[in-house]
Design a protein. Sequence first.
Length: 138
Amino acid sequence: MTFVPPTAEQLALYLGLEEIAGDRADLLIEQAVALAESVVKPLPDQATAVVLSVAARAYVNPQQVSYETIGPMSVQRPTGSGGLYLTKADKAALKSLAGRGGAFTVDPTPVTADPSPTWPVDGTYGAGLEYEPGWGWV
């Protein structure tokens, strides 16, 4: 299955808006998809959440206002809370959704490896015990 970009209606639902500027929303979604593809290409099907989050940030706060006062009310937003950008969490989510990143192990042991010793076995060592390859004197 291929990634299907979210629609302007989905962005409106995500933001809880009854009306949305369709052309502006479509542009922001298109740009959010382009930004996401700079991290992971092709985008996984589940990347819709990240794309909506990026587009919503830009739709709600396009001028990157950090402090605003209107009459007796004032609002302070975190720095960088506007405009179109990917956060570190957005990038990590995209990589995780694409199956990249995370812990993994590499086994350097060749398939033909044998657990028995490669040095000469001393028959006088371990008197009274039986030598078992891979386990030693038992």
